[in-house]
Structure formats: structure tokens, C-alpha cells
Design a protein around this ligand. Structure first.
Ligand SMILES: *Cc1c(COP(=O)(O)O)cnc(C)c1O
Length: 385
């Protein structure tokens, strides 16, 4: 049966060129970057080359990139370590109600430890109101963490403006850019952020590697304890193959970015219109235009997202409902609820996220199959009667 993968916000396939670049670091070049003989030095050079590649993608300096084991770790490091390290300056932090759990739960953990937390609401399109942030900043606020783009609905926040407001209020700014790095131009200087998280497996690199970008002025201490790797900020022997793959993926992400975006915008518009025009009582979620390329998220009235996914799967189509991390629980998405959708509507959510290998034919196949699925589910649903 044909397989149509439309869940690129959950993860992406490793690009064949990335795969090729990684292999030697599993066999011939297995050295430990901390060893002084040539095998070790070779591994260290490979890690530093990857650091340059990742830094280049976001216009950072290589010395500002710290590799981690995933995006989640980068988020935790940015938030928990930053607050712990700088608690002499204040104990208040601000985030938003639509963050990924890696940020939201790290903030809630700090709140339980006695830090003061403000969670900003969002507008129905998922955007944070900059005025809300201005009002929330206090003299003891030292950190604001707001995601660049939302994983569930694709809404892109005005990070430059939000970072500037935070700085005016005397706070540093972190952004979870896992959903944007490699998909849209991300420039840390232009955005004015102090810290940023990224993850390799969302941009056609391998899983299990991410990075924290950190400007020198944003002081953080290690929260793992051990060796001197990553300037002691993140001890532990480096995941050399993973890091090499992340670097290669970062390099590739820069090539043809504009053309890839145009193609994704075209396909996403076709998919979105195909769904909205052929299935009644359906609405787009997230911002209509300020969204990640290739990201389509909708809610169908009177159906369960989980059932849609199962029916799609029977037809070889892979998508998601809510975020992959929370599916499995029956709670509706915290993101959709924060955007003001009712529990009933939020239950019927579907996210289809396109990637560079998706074709027009695949989009048309989904448009052909989906209306029948929704119709059948509605016929079975007690909610629609
Ligand atoms: C996937 C994702 C993460 C987590 O990254 P991992 O590398 O999977 O830990 C964090 N934030 C956002 C917005 C994500 O989409």
C-alpha cells in the first residue's frame, strides 16, 4: 500500500546525504573527541565543523552553540539552568500557554521550586499580544521564553518585537525555535534573542541531538555534572555521529530554502483548500498566513481526532492530532484550548505537516480520501445527531 507521510512536525526522515555523512563516524572514525591521538582529534574536528554549520544556519558564532541530546534538553537547560544560575537577580519568568511541554513543564517545575511564573494567554490565531507581555514584565522578571513557531498550529510569533520588549523590561529572552530552524530563515542577531533551542530530527537530521544557542551575556551553568565537554556547560561524551548529521542537515537546510518554501506553501494551500472546500463544518486553526511552510491544521466538528488518524492510517496516510507527545492521552490539546476552542471542537483536530518529499499527487490523494473518512465518522458519531 502507498505510504504518505505528512507528519514532518513530529519528525523528518534523515536526508540520504546526511546519512552518508554520518556512517564513517560509526565505524572508521569512532574516536572520542577528548582523546589526544589523531583518531580523537579527527572526531573533535568533525564536531567543531558541525558547530560551524549549525551556527552558520542561524547566524550565530560557533562558540555560542552547545550541543545537547535533544530539543527538550536545550529547552530545559535554557530555562532551568538560566533561572537557577541567575536567581540572585530575580525569580520571575514568563512564558505562554501554547509552548511545547519541554518549555511549559520546565517552567512549571521551577514554579514548584518556588520561582514565580506568569503564563501569557494567546489570541484565537495563536499569537501572543505584545502588550500582554509588556504588562507582565516586573522588576524581578529575568527570563521570557516564547516559542518561535507552534508545533501544533504552526503560528509564527513576532519574536523580534517580543525580545525587544523583554529587553526593555530588563529580562533576557529564550525562544524554542525547534519548528522554525531549517524551515524559515532564522537569524539570532536579527531576532535579538539571547538563547534559542533547535533539534536535528525536525530538519532531516538524526534523532537524539539538539543544540542550545546562547549569547555570552546570558549566563548559564551546567546542570549535568561531569567532564569538560561543550565548555563544561554540557558534560558527557559527544554524540559524534549525531552531531555530524545535525551539521550536515543544517548545511543542506540552507540550500534551496526559498524554492522549498514556495513548494511547501503551494502544496499546503492546495491541501488546506481541498479540505475546507470539500468537508463542511471544518475550520483552520492557527494564523491564516503567519505560519510555518507546509503546516496545515484543522478541526472537524463532531469527530474524534484519534479516529481520524486510525482511518487515515488504514489508507496509508500518516498525520497527527494534537502533538505526538500528548496523543495517547485523551485530553484535548492545551494549545487549542488556549486559543479559545471548546473541548468538543479541539477533540476533532488534525495536523498534516508537509515536507520536502511530498508531492502534489499525495496531496490530491489525501483530499480524495479524507472527506469520506470524516463523513463516515460523523455518521457513526452520537455528537452529530
Ligand atoms: C519536537 C519539539 C521539541 C522537542 O524536541 P526533541 O528533540 O524531540 O526533544 C521541542 N519544542 C518543539 C516546538 C518541538 O516541536
Amino acid at each position: 500500500m502507498r505510504q504518505v507521510y505528512m507528519d514532518h512536525s513530529a519528525t523528518t526522515p534523515v536526508d540520504p546525504e546526511v546519512f552518508k555523512a554520518i556512517i564513517p563516524y560509526f565505524n572508521d572514525r569512532y574516536g572520542n573527541p577528548s582523546s589526544i591521538y589523531s583518531l580523537g582529534r579527527e572526531a573533535k574536528e568533525a564536531v567543531n565543523r558541525a558547530r560551524e554549520q549549525v551556527a552558520f544556519l542561524i547566524n550565530a558564532k560557533p562558540g555560542e552553540i552547545y550541543f545537547t541530546s535533544c530539543g527538550t534538553e536545550a529547552d530545559n537547560q535554557a530555562i532551568i539552568s538560566y533561572m537557577m544560575t541567575n536567581k540572585d537577580r530575580g525569580n520571575h519568568l514568563i512564558t505562554t500557554a501554547v509552548e511545547h511541554h519541554a518549555v511549559l513543564d520546565a517552567c512549571r517545575f521551577l514554579e514548584k521550586q518556588g520561582f514565580e511564573l506568569t503564563v501569557l494567554p494567546v489570541k484565537p490565531d495563536g499569537l501572543v499580544d505584545p502588550e500582554e507581555l509588556r504588562w507582565a514584565l516586573k522588576t524581578n522578571t529575568i527570563l521570557v521564553s516564547i516559542m518561535h513557531a507552534n508545533n501544533e498550529v504552526g503560528t509564527i510569533q513576532p519574536i523580534k518585537e517580543l525580545a525587544a520588549i523583554s529587553h526593555q523590561g530588563g529580562a533576557f529572552f529564550h525562544t524554542d525555535a525547534v519548528q522554525t530552524v531549517g524551515k524559515i530563515p532564522v537569524d539570532v542577531e536579527e531576532l535579538g534573542v539571547d538563547m534559542l533551542s533547535a533539534s536535528s530530527h525536525k530538519l532531516y537530521g538524526p534523532k537524539g541531538v539538539g543544540c542550545l544557542y546562547r549569547r555570552k551575556r546570558a549566563r548559564v551553568k551546567n546542570y549535568l555534572h561531569g567532564g569538560a565537554q561543550e565548555k563544561k556547560i554540557r558534560p558527557g561524551t559527544e554524540n559524534v555521529p549525531g552531531i555530524v548529521g545535525f551539521g550536515k542537515a543544517a548545511e543542506l537546510a540552507q540550500q534551496n530554502l526559498i524554492q522549498r518554501t514556495e513548494k511547501l506553501d503551494y502544496l499546503a494551500a492546495r491541501l488546506r483548500d481541498g479540505i475546507l472546500n470539500n468537508i463542511p463544518r471544518t475550520r483552520l486553526t492557527g494564523h491564516p498566513v503567519k505560519r510555518v511552510p507546509g503546516h496545515v491544521s484543522v478541526c472537524f466538528e463532531f469527530v474524534e481526532g484519534e479516529s481520524i488518524l486510525l482511518m487515515l492510517d488504514i489508507n496509508g496516510i500518516m498525520g497527527s492530532s494534537g502533538s505526538a507527545c500528548t496523543s495517547g492521552s485523551l485530553d484535548p490539546s492545551h494549545v487549542l484550548l488556549a486559543m479559545g476552542l471548546s473541548h468538543e471542537i479541539a477533540h476533532g483536530s488534525l495536523r498534516l505537516t508537509l515536507g520536502k518529499n511530498n508531492t502534489e499527487e499525495e496531496v490530491d490523494y489525501v483530499i480524495e480520501v479524507l472527506p469520506g473518512i470524516i463523513q463516515r465518522l460523523r455518521e457513526m458519531s452520537p455528537l452529530s445527531r
